[in-house]
Write a protein of this length. Structure first.
Length: 167
């Protein structure tokens, strides 16, 4: 929560320095996107339109590990002054094809984060049907919270990129 709050403030300040405004603010826009994605994925899961099969989990897990590795490599590089383009909203050009690539990368990561909700729902459903002990409620809540925080983080970056591209 603290990290997301601080990062939201940093994004708001960055947009203000670039004289860019977002209707309602970045936090509200990202929250709306997060709730919309959660609702859509819950509906798709409950109607059994998307199910967390083994192949689905393997594909989403592989994509997620690739994204994690890029984050893991880009963080130390950023500390030494090397910017990995398109990963952060701050390292993406604010116009031209570079901006479109950054938005595309952000949408792809947001899609993978959204599909992780389906896997989370499957895990929670298996725990409930299997009669898991009471302490597993914390685990189920934690995995759902981490995924929602990731979706919010990506939604915030998407809103900032779209706002910066308007100018």
């Amino acid at each position: 929560g603290c990290f997301l709050g601080i990062f939201t403030g940093v994004i708001d300040n960055w947009l203000a320095l670039n004289e860019t405004t977002v209707a309602g603010g970045v936090a509200l826009q990202a929250f709306i996107i997060t709730i919309a994605i959660l609702s859509a994925m819950l509906i798709l899961y409950s109607l059994r339109i998307i199910q967390p099969t083994r192949k689905f989990q393997a594909v989403v897990g592989t994509c997620m590990m690739g994204i994690f590795l890029v984050y893991l490599i880009s963080l130390p590089l950023m500390l030494f002054g090397v910017e990995v383009p398109f990963i952060s909203v701050f390292t993406t050009p604010t116009s031209g094809s570079g901006m479109l690539i950054g938005i595309g990368v952000n949408l792809f990561i947001l899609l993978i984060a959204s599909l992780m909700l389906i896997i989370d729902f499957g895990i929670i459903e298996r725990l409930v049907k299997g009669g898991a002990p009471k302490r597993m409620e914390w685990f189920a809540g934690f995995i759902l919270l981490v995924t929602l925080a990731w979706i919010y983080f990506q939604a915030m970056q998407l809103v900032a990129r779209l706002a910066a591209s308007r100018n």
